[in-house]
Design a protein around this ligand. Structure first.
Ligand SMILES: Nc1nc2c(ncn2[C@@H]2O[C@H](COP(=O)(O)OP(=O)(O)OP(=O)(O)O)[C@@H](O)[C@H]2O)c(=O)[nH]1
Ligand SMILES: [Mg+2]
Length: 413
């Protein structure tokens, strides 16, 4: 499809330029002041429609959204189409509608692709204090925007259109598709129970979120499930849901492929790791556990394959575990600290210090091991485990105070 005539396009609203840089949403203060917009130029609701080859759907969708929002929020909303340079010219059709719908703005992306980033880029260009997303293929009934908005009005930070509450459902899904959809939700619940478990339909692609709940956090979505990212990184009080029936696609093609399932798993794992970073203590504990595995397995090998006495076997396995723990603590637990104090010399100093602290702990560890086993009453492995637990407690306390020197302020990362 060739470009439309300049004379014809002159009366159309200009295209929005696609934001670049980190996928982070500005706070409410910045949209009114930082970009030199007056507060009156903000709107209550920005609805983003990500599109790829939705030429046959976009006009009807925009008309229905307009119809709903001109009643719910007259003059106080905007509709933003974010199109990834669709070969079917979706963005051109959308732009040609701008004279009819003044609230409509269109972004044509050429440098970046993908559903989730399209949504975030749309939100970055948005002026709304509440941000929304809806599919461009009419599978999400736009009329539901009304009850969703009411949820926000009554105090929810996030309002999700859900297939899994009263009034919700799927229209004509095959058994296999239902199983896949539920299976994905169960995997999500297993990996991220505190995130996925907060919503009845965490896979929904249709929701409203208050800007302040997600502003200032770096979003890093992969694939299709933008809501998982929002739930995992945002700050929410109340979450509301409204039932809706997922409609069959009438026209245009699906972009769903097997890759989406793979992306979804990667996304869950990435979020899992990111959330673990929230707690330094948890990280230290996990590193400690890896040390236990290293220590116990080596101890087992040394006791079965060599004639070394128990003290030496226990000492050797513990020393190797100390190296293991140092590496993980340096690279993960105290990563922020070690990055702010870079250089091989400093790292070596920390290793020596860590080792000295741990050797002191090791003396304690060995003393305990020998003491516990000397009487013959305690099983060797149980004694070793107890010695590890006691020495780990000591190591954590001393290391966080003397070696990586975590201050109270740094703890609240
Ligand atoms: N901007 C942009 N939009 C996309 C991209 N992929 C999909 N979309 C849009 O995102 C919405 C959801 O995509 P669909 O392919 O309909 O996914 P689905 O609804 O889970 O699957 P179906 O039931 O098969 O339609 C639609 O509006 C698509 O046009 C993309 O790479 N970029
Ligand atoms: Mg769809």
């Amino acid at each position: 499809m060739g470009p439309t005539l300049p004379i014809a396009t002159a009366k159309f609203a200009p295209l929005l330029s696609a934001p670049v840089g980190p996928l982070e949403i500005d706070g409410p203060a910045i949209i009114s002041i930082g970009h030199h917009r007056r507060p009156t130029e903000t709107v209550s609701l920005s609805v983003v429609i990500p599109t790829y080859n939705e030429a046959t759907n976009i006009e009807r969708l925009v008309a229905r959204i307009h119809q709903t929002l001109s009643v719910a929020l007259p003059g106080d909303h905007e509709i933003i189409v974010v199109d990834d340079d669709s070969p079917d010219g979706t963005w051109q059709i959308a732009q040609s509608l701008t004279p009819i719908y003044p609230a409509l703005r269109v972004m044509r992306r050429t440098q970046e692709r993908g559903l989730s980033t399209a949504v975030v880029r749309g939100w970055q260009a948005a002026r709304g204090t509440t941000l929304a997303v809806i599919d461009g293929d009419l599978q999400h009934p736009p009329e539901i925007l009304f009850p969703l908005w009411n949820k926000i009005q009554s105090g929810a930070d996030l309002a999700i259109a859900s297939r899994h509450v009263e009034g919700g459902g799927v229209s004509d899904w095959s058994f296999a598709r239902r199983i896949l959809s539920r299976g994905a939700q169960i995997i999500g619940l297993m990996l991220l129970p505190e995130v996925v478990g907060r919503a009845s339909d965490p896979m929904s692609g249709f929701f409203l979120v208050r800007r302040r709940a997600i502003s200032g956090v770096r979003l890093n979505p992969i694939g299709y499930k933008i809501l998982i990212e929002v739930l995992g990184r945002g700050n929410f009080g109340t979450i509301g849901d409204v039932g809706y029936v997922f409609q069959e696609r009438e026209s245009g093609g699906s972009k769903v492929s097997g890759k989406q399932y793979f992306d979804y798993l990667r996304h869950l794992l990435r979020l899992r790791l990111a959330r673990m970073k929230a707690s330094r203590l948890l990280r230290f504990g996990i590193v400690g556990l890896s040390g236990v595995v290293v220590d116990m397995s080596l101890f087992y090998v040394l006791r079965h394959r060599t004639t070394l006495p128990i003290g030496l076997s226990g000492g050797l396995s513990a020393e190797i575990a100390i190296f293991n723990n140092f590496a993980w603590n340096e690279l993960w637990t105290f990563r922020d600290f070690s990055q702010s104090q870079p250089g091989a010399r400093r790292r070596l100093k920390r290793l020596v210090k860590f080792n000295m602290i741990c050797v002191a702990g090791l003396a304690f560890h060995l003393g305990l091991l020998v003491l516990l086993t000397a009487s013959g009453g305690v099983n060797e492995y149980a004694a070793k485990l107890m010695a590890i637990a006691a020495a780990t407690t000591w190591n954590y306390w001393i290391n966080s105070h003397l070696n990586w020197r975590v201050t109270e302020a740094a703890e609240t990362d």
